[in-house]
Write a protein that binds this ligand. Sequence first.
Ligand code: NAP
Ligand code: SF4
Length: 670
Amino acid sequence: MSHYPHMLAPLDLGHVVLKNRVLMGSMHTNLEETGDWNRVAEFYAERARGGVGLMVTGGMAPNREGGVFPGAAGLFTPEDIAHHRLVTERVHAAGGRIAMQILHAGRYAYSPDCVSASAVKSPISPFPPKELDEAGIEKQIADIATAAARAREAGYDGVEVMGSEGYFLNQFLVRHVNRREDRWGGSYENRMRLPVEVVKRVRAAVGPDFIVIYRISLIDLVPEGSTWDEVVTLAKAIEAAGASMLNTGIGWHEARVPTIATSVPRAAFTWLTARLRPEVSIPVITSNRINTPGVAEEILAHGDADMVSLARPFLADPDFVAKAAAGRAAEIAPCIACNQACLDHTFSGKISSCLVNPRAGHETELTLAPTPAPKRIAVVGAGPAGLSAAITAAGRGHAVTLIDRAAEIGGQLCMARRVPGKEEFHGLTDWFATMLARTGVTLRLNTEATVETLAGFDEVIIATGVTPRSPGIPGEERAASYIDILTGRVTAGPRVVIVGAGGIGFDVAEFLTVTDSPTLHPEDWMREWGVGDPARTPGGLATPQPEPPARQVTLLQRKPEKPGRKLGKTTGWIHRAALQAKGVRMMGGVNYEAITAEGLQISFGPERKDPTLIAADTVVLCAGQLSERSLAEQLIAAGITPQVIGGADVAGELDAKRAIDQGTRLGAAL
Ligand code: NAP
Ligand code: SF4
C-alpha cells in the first residue's frame, strides 16, 4: 500500500483527471527572459517526469502595463504562442500537465506605466500607479481573457488567474488601494466586480473543458485588508463565475509578516484553506511551507484541502512525487525555505536555482551522466561542499571516500540547525546522510586525513572549511566563539555583546534571545508576528506579542551602516524585525577597544571618540572566518595537487549555497 494514499489519489475535475493531489505552484524563475525556450521547456519537463499532478508556470503578463517589470515574459504575440507551445509539448510528452499563470501586477509593476484601481502608491514600489478609467479597466479584462485564450492555443491544460499577494485583482478588493466611487469601488460587491468579471470572461474565452484556477487571498496581512466574510463572498462568486479550483494566496508582498521563509512553521496557513473548503463546492488547494510528503499527506488526510501546492520544493527536487510514490521519501532533497538561490535570485534579476539543488534552472547545462572512467576519489571534510562533491561523484560511478575528523557529517550545517527558526537544516543533513548511503560513499568519521593516507587516491578534494577569525581585540581570551555558544560548550550570561553582525552574528543573537523556537509552535509564532484571524480583524492583522527575550543582547559591527544590510534580499528584513522584537540593540561604526571582566569597551568613528563600556557577562565573537587550508598546503608541498572547494577555497563568501554549487559542479566534472 502507498505511504501517501491521499496525496497520490487522483483528482477528477470533470473534463480531466489529475493523477495526484500535488500542484507545483507558480514560481518566477527568470528563465523565460533568457529567450532560451528549450531551457524553459526542459525545466518543466524534468518536473513533469517527476510525477507532479499539475504545474503552474511563473506569472505571465497579459499586457505590457501588467508585467512585473518592463520586458517581463508574457503571452502577447503569435511568436510567444510558439515559444509556449514548446513548453506544453515537452511537458505533455513527459506525461505531465501544465497551467499558465496570468499575472497582472497592477501597482506592483516596476514601471512608471503601472495601473491600478486608484493612484495609491505601494510602499514597496517607487512608482505611483495611474488610476484606470472605465475603458482602461475593460482593456485589462479583455487582455487577461485574451491571454487565457492564447494559453489554450499554446497547448496549456489551464490557466491560473493570480488574484492574491496584493497584485492587480487583489488591489481592487481593498479600500486602502481602491478609493473609487464608480461601479468598481465602494461597496464590496463593487470592489469584487473586477476579479469576478475577469473569471467570467476567462471562462467564456477558454470554453468549459479547460482548467481555470483562481488564486484567492485568504489573509492579506495588510491594514484594511479583506475580512473573512468578504473572502467567502468572493470565493462563492468566483466559483459561480466558472473557476475550476481555488488556490490559496497568503499575504500581500508588502506585508510585514513572513509567509514563506524558513522560520514560518510548516503548513502555517492551512487552517484558512480548511475553513474555506466547506464554503465552496470546487476543489481548494492549500499552500505555503509544505515541503515533505508527510506534511502534504497529513493535510489531505485531515480534509483541510483537496490538493496541496508546493513550489520551491520542486526546485529542490523535481522527483518529489515519484520518490514519495516509490517509498523513497528520505531521498527527496528538502527545500529548507532559505530563499537564497530562488527568490533572492529572482529579485536580483538572476536565474532562480536552489541552494540544495544547483541543477534547478540549469537542467540543460549541469548534467550528471555516469562516468566512463571511474576513479578513486578522497574528499576531506563532510560539510556542505564535501558532501555535495562526494554524493555527486559517487552517484556518477566514482569510488568515493569521505573523511572528516568530526563524529558526524554536516560541518557548519550542524550549527545552523541549532538556531531557532532554522530547524529545516536538520532535514538537509539527514538527506545528505541518506544520499551518502544511497550512492555508496565510504564514510570515515572521527578520522584525521593525512598526506600519507591520501597518497593512494586518483583525486583529492579538500573541503576542510573554515576557522573563526580572531579579531585581535585586547582581552579577547575572555570571549566565547560562536561555535562555543552554538554547540553549548559555553552558556552565555544574561547580558551579551556580539562582535560582528554578519549572518552568524544575527543567528547567534536569535539563538541567545529565543527560549523555545516559535517555528515549532504555530500558535506562538502567530502571536509573535501578529497574525490574527481575518474573521476578527480585517486582513488578519493583530498586534504582535513577542515573548520577552531570554537575554539582553547588543549586536555590533565596525562598518558605519545599519547592521544586517548584507543579509538575504528577501529574508534580511525578517531577521532584523525578529531581533528588534527581542529588543536587541544594534550598532554600527564602533571600534573594539578591549574586552574586560566588565564587558566590552568600545569607541566610535575614526577619531575613536565617546569611549563607552557595554556591560556584559559574555562577549561572543562572530567576526567572520578564515579558510582552513593547512592540509591542502601540505599536499601541495608533497607534490599532490588537490581540488579545494567551499570555505577552504573562499572563506569570505562562506555559505551553503556556494559550497553546494561548487561541490556539485566539481562532482559533475570529475
Ligand atoms: P560575515 O557575514 O562576513 O560577517 C562577519 C562580521 O564580522 C561582519 O559583521 C564584519 O563586520 C565583522 N568582522 C570582519 N572582520 C572583523 C574583524 N577583524 N574584527 C571584528 N569584526 C570583524 O560572516 P559570518 O557572519 O561569519 O557569516 C559567514 C557566512 O555565512 C556569510 O557569508 C553568510 O553568507 C553565511 N550565513 C548567512 C546567514 C543568513 O543569511 N541568515 C546566516 C549564517 C551564515 P565589520 O567588518 O563591519 O565589523
Ligand atoms: Fe528552497 Fe532554498 Fe532551494 Fe529556494 S533555494 S528552493 S528556499 S532550498
